[in-house]
Design a binder for this molecule. Sequence first.
Ligand SMILES: [Zn+2]
Length: 152
Amino acid sequence: MCVEKTPWELVIDFHGHTCPDIALGYRIAQLAQREMGIRPAPDSECLVKAYTQSCALDAIQVLNKATIGRHALIIEETHRYMYQFHFTGTQDIHQFTVSPVVLDHLETLRHPDLSPRERQNKVLEGVQYVLTLEESAFCHYDKIPGQLSKIV
Ligand SMILES: [Zn+2]
């Protein structure tokens, strides 16, 4: 029997491990899909600008198909968990900013002196936290007029 992989499984396979940060990217990627709706035209591309490089970007590459290789993922390192999504040919930027409260909470789960098992439990706790947190507490969404363009 052939069972299709869930989006979560696809993301974890690509990323190579499970971590709170990939959960964060997974959630942002799904919210972006919902807010952006279907691709407006066959030749329209999803471009993403991220304001920090982290594990989260792998979920966005898999789910939104905004990949580094196609120059569709632009990274400007400012250490802010802010992500802008744009379909080429439209005039909208969908911007998601992860709540600082979320990032602070995830930081508290990191301790240098944990056993591997304790560390694994904290990772799972962080993933669960990110995936189940109420949306309004998780991130802030803005739809702003504008465009992103590829850096080629
Ligand atoms: Zn990771």
